[in-house]
Design a protein around this ligand. Structure first.
Ligand code: NAP
Length: 543
């Protein structure tokens, strides 16, 4: 086999294989290389970046403040990188990840175009054999998965989808070469965070845009801005403070909840806070709000009514405004999309909103699509229809652990993990950003998981162990705790990835809750992880 000058390609045996060269995988390989571990990263894409390699749709950008999203592990890196915007756009983020990879010499440990199809554990040697799509087989002592939480897009199953003669795609696969949408009639199906980012961008370009909305989503302004040299210098000077704040807030952001009791605050004071947050940047409107918004139906309803009024003020046609206001769930119960001019987009003459709950899409045709009452002609159809979240990417690898136990079977009704990092019956595998970890600002949680996984491997080395596996009783206790935490929050009713809902996947119907995240927040989660590590990895058995 040709090695293309890359010595990694000639190898067959590793101490650690990391799957995924995104935000988590890049930091993981850095830690392993620093320890002198024989390790490699495999990624199915043609280059690094994970989510930021794939999602190249117009308007794709952070919802996290850029300076809270960057890696915190290197002062030199923090000092030299200038984020140009409060919420970095996708091209800049990909440049950042490429810069980090090259700065620390990590590229030579990465292999691209490598999709892992299967992993089988050999109990005699305590090694994994990985089968790659290109026919290669690799062996490794440990596997660390960094496969992303929203990396397996899902398409609807409309009749006739293959017959469409125009261009159609999921925005995860937005063409890498420039897609000229001028003079094109474009359909967008779905109105989640992805579509809410690109709809205002493409509306400016296309000849006509039709948005098929089945269920509106609450969304609030991103309020992005440019970061000047002076502002960046001020950010650099307070990086320690920024990361300290992120580590004490539930979501891993600088946005801290307003801890004043909702009922002790006058209506005027509530409105003053909400006006400030709505006109302020980022997730403040969600995460710096009163805590009751997340747990108390009445408080949530009052706040949702406030947001509904703000939407009404931005949309000229009152009937369209009503269609854009969710009626089946309150604000913040699902992950809140942040937008730039989304609602004003519906004031444009070249944009139409179709309620596909009222008039469902019945089939895709060669030249467009049919709903229950109309026929439409399109040049482009964009299926912004979401992801097989959290478990999708892992389910697509045939993972067989002790006694041939299949991870996919074990998770048929939803994930069950120990601390969101390990799975009983699946030894010598750690999941970074796996299901049932605290859903926080992604890199903040990823750095934590990488550090935990690296310490576990160091512990194995120190004790000359060759196998670790989570105990079933510890796993069951964690799962019960995760379920218990869902009980206290309104998010447990979310019709979204938080509860595993996806109308395009069997077994993901609404009501069959899949406990995808730990809702107890970052600080509590970190304490649990640290406690386990300090107690000789409590809940884990070693051989
Ligand atoms: P999503 O939130 O799951 O939205 C999918 C949309 O497609 C929904 O409006 C859904 O309607 C609709 N849909 C799905 N199947 C359909 C069908 N068969 N017929 C008609 N409509 C259908 O997916 P997403 O927008 O890609 O966002 C997923 C997640 O990615 C977000 O929650 C967020 O965590 C992440 N994200 C992050 C950023 C960022 O950080 N900047 C940006 C974008 C996305 P229903 O609601 O009726 O099912």
């Amino acid at each position: 086999m040709a090695t293309n000058g890359n010595p990694q390609l000639a190898r067959r045996d590793y101490e650690v294989v990391v799957i995924g060269a995104g935000v988590a995988g890049i930091y993981q390989i850095k830690r392993l290389i620093d320890l002198g571990v024989n390790a490699t990263v495999l990624d199915a894409n043609d280059d690094l970046g994970g989510t930021w390699y794939n999602n190249r749709y117009p308007g794709a950008r952070f919802d996290s403040e850029s300076f809270t999203y960057g890696y915190s592990f290197s002062k030199e890196l923090l000092d030299e990188w200038h984020w140009s915007e409060q919420f970095s756009p996708q091209p800049e983020t990909l440049r950042y990840l490429t810069h980090v990879t090259e700065k620390f010499g990590l590229r030579e440990y990465m292999q691209f175009g490598c999709r892992v199809d299967a992993m089988v554990f050999d109990e005699d040697t305590d090694t994994w054999t990985l089968s790659l799509q290109d026919g290669r087989k690799l062996t490794t002592h440990f596997v660390i998965t960094a496969v992303g939480v929203l990396s397996t897009p899902t398409l609807p199953k409309f009749e006739g989808m293959d017959s469409f003669k125009g261009i159609s795609f999921h925005p995860f696969y937005w063409p890498h070469e420039h897609l000229d949408l001028r003079s094109k009639r474009v359909a967008v199906i779905g109105t989640g965070a992805t579509a809410i980012q690109f709809i205002p961008e493409i509306a400016k370009e296309v000849s006509h845009l039709t948005v098929f909305q089945r269920r509106p989503n609450w969304a609030a302004p991103l309020n992005n801005s440019v970061i000047s040299d002076e502002e960046m210098a001020a950010i650099r000077a307070r990086y320690d403070e920024i990361f300290a704040t992120c580590s004490r807030t539930p979501g891993g952001f600088e946005h801290e909840p307003d801890r004043r009791p909702f009922n002790d605050v006058t209506r005027e004071e509530r409105i003053a806070l909400w006006d400030r947050l709505y006109d302020g940047p980022g997730f403040g409107i969600w995460l710096s709000n009163f805590v009751e918004i997340f747990v108390d139906e009445k408080a949530n309803a009052e706040f949702s009514a406030y947001i509904a009024d703000r939407i009404r003020q931005r949309v000229n046609d009152p009937a369209i405004a009503e269609k854009l206001i969710p009626k089946d769930h309150g604000f913040g119960i699902q992950r809140v999309p942040l937008e730039t001019g989304y609602f004003e987009t519906y004031n444009r003459d070249n944009v139409e909103l179709v309620d596909s709950a009222e008039t469902p899409i019945t089939r895709i045709t060669e030249t467009g699509l049919c709903t229950s009452d109309r026929t439409f002609e399109f040049d482009v159809i964009i299926y912004a229809t979401g992801f097989d979240a959290f478990t999708g990417a892992l389910d697509r690898i045939d993972i067989r652990g002790l006694g041939g136990a299949k991870l996919r079977d074990k998770w048929a009704d939803g994930p069950v993990t120990y601390l969101g990092l390990l799975v009983s019956d699946i030894p010598n595998m750690v999941m970074l950003a796996g299901p049932q970890t605290a859903a926080t600002n992604f890199p903040r949680g990823a750095e934590l998981a990488v550090d935990w996984a690296t310490s576990l491997l160091e512990y194995m080395r120190e004790h000359d162990y060759s196998r670790f596996v989570a105990n079933e009783d510890a796993e069951q206790r964690w799962f019960e705790h995760v379920k218990e935490m869902y009980k206290g929050v309104l998010m447990s009713k979310a019709k979204s990835w938080i509860t595993g809902y996806n109308s395009n996947l069997e077994g993901h119907e609404y009501g069959k809750t899949r406990y995808n995240i730990y809702t107890g927040g970052g600080p509590k989660y970190v304490k649990t992880l640290n406690r386990a590590a300090e107690n000789s990895y409590d809940g884990v058995s070693f051989l």
